[in-house]
Design a binder for this molecule. Structure first.
Ligand SMILES: Nc1ncnc2c1ncn2[C@@H]1O[C@H](COP(=O)(O)OP(=O)(O)O)[C@@H](O)[C@H]1O
Ligand SMILES: [Mg+2]
Length: 379
């Protein structure tokens, strides 16, 4: 599966037609020209939402009535149009001749993975970003996981309210708190177990890719840090539930004092060490970026293994802090997987490109194909 063409009408500042190559497509331009907008258009057509915050209506060119993006998706020689139209807050997908397609129908045709500068937070930022990274990946492999997360959040809010009721001197029956703890442990234990089982498959892949993309210079270690207790390896649901229930009961007094639940998957983390030290604190910005990109690619590799479909890889401005050796290693890995990729940069890296790759210049909302060796002069 690959995207052979993209036709955009009034998508932000872009109304263009672009014919994509099957390897790596590099979009070069100064800031504010429309590079990220182009990736966003591809992403919205595949996933039905943007990777940027905001409303659907923001995607439509200022003062235009609507926007459309139509991708030509080729599979075994047959090109199927996948088209998304946005008007106001409405989005509609058409796949082939079928109108009003659901996102899961679109997903059977094509998916996209996006990686942008904010994804650096995966390594550098707070635990919540790492939890979302895990949860998002698990959701792809196991859609009902979403309901589990939502149910858990609801129970958590309820228990916290109850804790505050106790703290403020009102005395709801203690059994009520106990029954919330039972439910929280039941739902939370499943989340902990899902995450640990995902990590069992994911971690070796991430470790391998970080090593490979850095020519063995960086060694990544991942550890699932559970507030409920030790959970190295893949923890079974029942064990996770029991562990969590025990801690919730032990901490009840403390939680009443603080008015919040201080143990559970909503506070867990994924510890990332590089060469034996916490990556968040000790790795350089370039190394953090490298680890984050490789971790994202590991997600994609697992995805590919499981579903046999390769998502379109969208990389926004991620090469800027990597040296040319690492850029080449990364691009080789992408080429080796036969993943179609679209990436943006302000200056094209000085590496040798392949016949399957293509270069485009983005300027004031116009996009045109240029030779790799000419783009620097023309940008
Ligand atoms: N809805 C919109 N309609 C028209 N132009 C838009 C819209 N949203 C953003 N833009 C313009 O898009 C440009 C930014 O494009 P972007 O793709 O983020 O740039 P870059 O090339 O730096 O990645 C800005 O000039 C902004 O004004
Ligand atoms: Mg940009």
């Amino acid at each position: 599966m690959r995207v052979v063409s993209a036709i955009l009408e009034d998508f932000r500042n872009l109304s263009v037609r672009v014919d994509l190559a099957c390897g790596i497509n590099v979009f070069v331009g100064r800031n504010g020209q429309g590079k990220t907008n182009f990736l966003e258009a591809l992403f919205v057509a595949c996933m039905g939402r943007s990777f940027r915050p905001g409303r659907l209506a923001d995607l439509v060119r200022f003062s235009a009535p609507g926007a459309t993006v139509e991708l030509g998706v080729e599979e075994r020689g047959i090109v199927t149009p996948v088209r998304v139209s946005i008007a106001g807050s409405q989005r509609r997908h058409r796949v082939g001749g079928r109108d009003n397609c659901s996102l899961s129908e679109v997903a059977q045709m094509i998916r996209a993975v996006f990686f942008g500068p904010d994804d650096l937070d995966l390594v550098k930022g707070s635990p919540s970003g790492r939890r979302s990274f895990l949860d998002e990946a698990i959701r792809v492999h196991h859609p009902p996981y979403e309901r589990l997360l939502m149910g858990y959040q609801r129970l958590l809010r309820d228990r916290n309210q109850l804790l505050r009721d106790f703290g403020s001197g009102r005395h709801p029956p203690e059994e009520l708190l106990a029954s919330y703890e039972g439910e929280l442990a039941r739902w939370g234990g499943q989340i902990v177990s899902h995450r640990s089982r995902y990590l069992r498959d994911y971690s070796p892949m991430a470790v391998e890719l970080v090593a490979r993309h850095t020519g063995g210079q960086l060694t990544l270690e991942l550890a699932h840090e559970c507030t409920a207790g030790p959970c190295g390896g893949a923890i079974e649901v029942g064990d996770a539930q029991e562990m969590l229930l025990g801690r919730l009961r032990d901490l009840r007094g403390e939680d009443i004092r603080s008015g919040s639940t201080t143990v559970g998957p909503h506070l867990d983390d994924l510890r990332l060490d590089v060469n034996g030290r916490a990556a968040r604190l000790f790795a350089s910005q370039g190394e953090q970026r490298q680890v984050a990109v490789s971790m994202k690619l590991a997600q994609l590799a697992l995805w590919r293994q499981k579903f046999g479909v390769t998502p379109l890889l969208l990389l926004d401005d991620v090469l800027s802090e990597l040296d040319s050796t690492r850029i080449r290693l990364l691009l080789d890995a992408i080429a080796g997987w036969q993943v179609q990729a679209v990436l943006t940069t302000t200056a094209p890296p000085d590496v040798v490109w392949k016949d399957d790759d293509a270069c485009f210049r983005v300027k004031e909302g116009g996009i045109c194909r240029v030779d790799f060796d000419k783009v620097a002069d023309e940008a």
